[in-house]
Design a binder for this molecule. Structure first.
Ligand SMILES: [Zn+2]
Length: 220
């Protein structure tokens, strides 16, 4: 949370903290240290990975900052739209389209839309850490989709899960298959790609209150 002190950035930085507190996203303490803790696997990682929680938080902050800057420039826009690019994830276009459709039909206070000047991007490749949401170190967020993991697990679920981080949801690997943010926790047989009612209402609350707060600060 050390952004340059411009008005918008400070507003969003403060917002991120408030939202994290409101959502109770303080990382759970892992029951036991993982023997494989050097490999911080995304999506299927053991519960309580503080490194992943930090990356998810940085990613969400980057997305919110991008959205808030656009909103500050155009405060009359009706809906909060988060724009993404699939240019660097051509193999996953259909899964990304499904994920977008799932989220857009599940929540009402934020919409995902493919387009130019994106707030975040999707990327694809091989990474031993699996799939994850992160930042490029310069404030831009991206979702990385790992080939091997997307063959092992239901690929639409992986994509919708990672996109849940865009919308501000933390990992909860100990949850059941019906919970999208349980990720790889329930195992490879879990194919549910839809957020449950709790996850839906969290996202709606987050973007309703979150955006009002961000806008008020950005324009004050
Ligand atoms: Zn995750």
């Amino acid at each position: 949370m050390r952004h340059p002190r411009t008005a918008v950035m400070s507003a969003v930085a403060g917002l991120g903290l408030g939202l994290a507190a409101a959502l109770g996203t303080t990382p759970a303490v892992a029951a036991a240290p993982s023997p494989a803790s050097t490999a911080q696997a995304g999506y299927a990682a053991y519960a309580g990975s503080s490194e992943n929680a930090k990356a998810n938080k940085a990613f969400f902050d980057a997305v919110m900052k991008s959205v808030a800057e656009k909103r500050a420039a155009n405060p009359g826009a009706a809906a909060v739209t988060v724009v993404y690019s699939t240019t660097n994830a051509p193999s996953f276009r259909s899964q990304i389209a499904s994920s977008t459709s799932i989220w857009n039909s599940s929540v009402s206070n934020v919409k995902l839309q493919e387009g130019s000047n994106p707030d975040f991007t999707y990327r694809e490749g091989n990474d031993s850490r699996g799939s994850y949401a992160s930042t490029n170190g310069h404030g831009s967020g991206y979702i990385f989709l790992d080939y091997a993991q997307n063959r092992q697990y239901n690929s639409t679920r992986v994509t919708a899960h990672e996109t849940g981080h865009v919308l501000g949801l933390p990992d909860h690997y100990t949850g059941p298959c019906s919970e999208l943010m349980s990720g790889g926790g329930p195992g490879t047989s879990c194919t549910n790609a839809y957020p449950n009612s709790t996850e839906r209402s969290r996202v709606n609350t987050l973007w309703q209150n979150g955006f009002a707060a961000a806008l008020a600060r950005a324009t004050s």
